[in-house]
Design a protein around this ligand. Sequence first.
Ligand code: THU
Length: 140
Amino acid sequence: MSGEQIKELIEKALEMRNFSYTPYSHYNVGAAILAANGTIYTGCNIENASFTPSNCAERTAFFKAVSEGVKEFKAIAIVGGPDGAKELDYCPPCGVCRQVMSEFCRDDFTVICAKSVDKYKLYSLPEILPDRFGPKDLLG
Ligand code: THU
């Protein structure tokens, strides 16, 4: 991953926060995934009055990609924070989203948690989800 690629993903994730539908939490999350084929898929969080159908930004982005036949990924950028926040803190991906990453991503998948285009932390998938249960456990 080049620095330019990382910045582009963070920029797109930041833009996606504008589309978050968060009338309950007012916490807006954006995500941008770089697929192995070079395409970027984006997502925002989408909440629901019944709460449990709510979807995180990361899963929105993954499901957009997979629903278009794309199942190999290199990296994801994630940004999140309260509506109207002047500065963002890091938004670590929730456990459910980590498990969805585990379904489609290899150990060299990079998770970029960002506060801005210049302030970010990089993690590999095993760092954020060690000893993961995945397709290998069922499919061999
Ligand atoms: N959220 C995400 O979109 N991604 C995460 O990894 C953490 C949480 C969303 C879900 C909900 O709409 C809001 O942030 C507050 O939990």
